[in-house]
Design a protein around this ligand. Structure first.
Ligand SMILES: Nc1nc2c(ncn2[C@@H]2O[C@H](COP(=O)(O)OP(=O)(O)OP(=O)(O)O)[C@@H](O)[C@H]2O)c(=O)[nH]1
Ligand SMILES: [Mg+2]
Length: 256
C-alpha cells in the first residue's frame, strides 16, 4: 500500500495546469462567450438584435465586474470582456480558477435571468501595457461592428424569404459599402441603428455621493461610494480609445 502523501504527490502531478498564473505585472482580460448562441437565440429572441437579450448580457457583465473586481467590462453580441489591472491579485491569478469561475458565473447569471440553461466559455488575454489594452478593445469593437452589419443584412434577407444558404451566398465576400447599401435600399440606415448594437456597451465604476444621518448625533453625513454605470452610447475607433483612457485614469478604486 502506497504512503498517502506519496500517493497525493504522485497524483497531483496530473494537475498540470494548476500552477499556471497570469504573468506578473501584465494587464489581463477575461472574455466569456455564449456557447452555441446562434442556435440558442434563434427561437427565443428577436433577430438580429433583441434588447431583452442585451439587458441580460449587461447584467451578466455587471455581475462579473462586481464579483471579480475588474476595472471595466465591455460587451457586444454574446461576449463580455472584463479588464483587470496589472496589480490585480484575486485567486492568486490562477488561470484555471479565473477561466472556470468567470464562465461559471456568466452561465449562472444569464441562466437565472433568462430562465433557461445557457452556457459560456471563458478565455484569458494578457497585455504588456495600456496601448495593448486599447488595441484589444478596438479589436473587439471592430468585430462587433462587422458582425452587427452582417447580422442585419442576413436577417433582413431571411425575413424577405431567402433561405439560410441563399442569404449566406448573397453576402459572401461582399464589401462593407455593399452591405450598407443593401440595408439602405430597404429603408434601413445602419448608422442610425442603436449604438449598443453597432458599438457595444461599457460597464464601469462611477463615484457618487451618499447622503445620510449619523445615528449618534443626528447630523447629516456625506460619503463617497462607487457603483456600476453603463455607457450605452459609445464612440468608436480613436474616440473609443480616448474614452477608455479617461475611464482608466478616473476609475475609482475599490471602496474600503
Ligand atoms: N437573436 C439574437 N441573436 C443574437 C443577439 N446578440 C447576439 N446574437 C447571436 O449570437 C451569436 C454569437 O456568435 P458566435 O459567438 O460567433 O456564435 P455561437 O453560435 O455562439 O458559437 P460559439 O460561440 O462558437 O459557441 C450570433 O449568431 C448572433 O447573431 C440578439 O440580440 N438576438
Ligand atoms: Mg458564442
Amino acid at each position: 500500500m502506497l504512503d498517502p502523501d506519496e500517493l497525493a504527490r504522485r497524483v497531483r502531478q496530473g494537475e498540470l495546469f494548476h500552477a499556471l498564473r497570469l504573468l506578473p505585472g501584465a494587464w489581463a482580460v477575461l472574455r466569456v462567450d455564449g456557447r452555441g448562441f446562434s442556435r440558442f437565440t434563434q427561437e427565443r429572441f428577436e433577430k438580429p438584435f433583441d434588447p431583452v437579450f442585451h439587458r441580460l448580457m449587461v447584467r451578466t457583465a455587471s455581475a462579473l465586474l462586481e464579483d471579480f473586481q475588474g476595472v471595466l467590462a465591455y460587451t457586444q453580441s454574446d461576449e463580455i470582456s472584463v479588464l483587470f489591472r496589472p496589480e490585480w491579485r484575486l485567486f492568486d491569478r490562477e488561470v484555471e480558477k479565473l477561466v472556470s469561475l468567470s464562465a461559471g458565473l456568466a452561465s449562472a447569471t444569464f441562466t437565472h435571468g433568462a430562465g433557461v440553461p445557457a452556457m459560456f466559455d471563458g478565455r484569458v488575454w494578457l497585455g504588456a501595457d495600456e496601448r495593448a489594452v486599447l488595441d484589444y478593445f478596438a479589436w473587439r469593437q471592430a468585430d462587433g461592428t462587422r458582425c452587427a452589419l452582417q447580422g442585419w443584412c442576413y436577417w433582413t434577407l431571411r425575413k424577405e424569404g431567402l433561405s439560410a444558404a441563399q442569404a449566406t451566398r448573397e453576402l459572401d465576400g461582399r464589401s462593407t459599402s455593399f452591405k450598407h447599401e443593401l440595408l439602405f435600399q430597404r429603408g434601413i440606415n445602419f448608422n442610425d441603428l442603436p449604438a449598443w448594437q453597432r458599438r457595444g456597451v461599457l460597464v464601469r465604476w462611477e463615484r457618487y455621493t451618499k447622503e445620510g444621518v449619523d445615528p449618534r448625533d443626528g447630523s447629516r453625513t456625506r460619503t463617497t461610494r462607487r457603483r456600476l454605470g453603463v455607457d450605452a452610447d459609445l464612440p468608436m475607433k480613436d474616440d473609443f480609445a480616448r474614452h477608455l483612457r479617461d475611464v482608466l485614469a478616473t476609475s475609482p478604486a475599490q471602496a474600503p
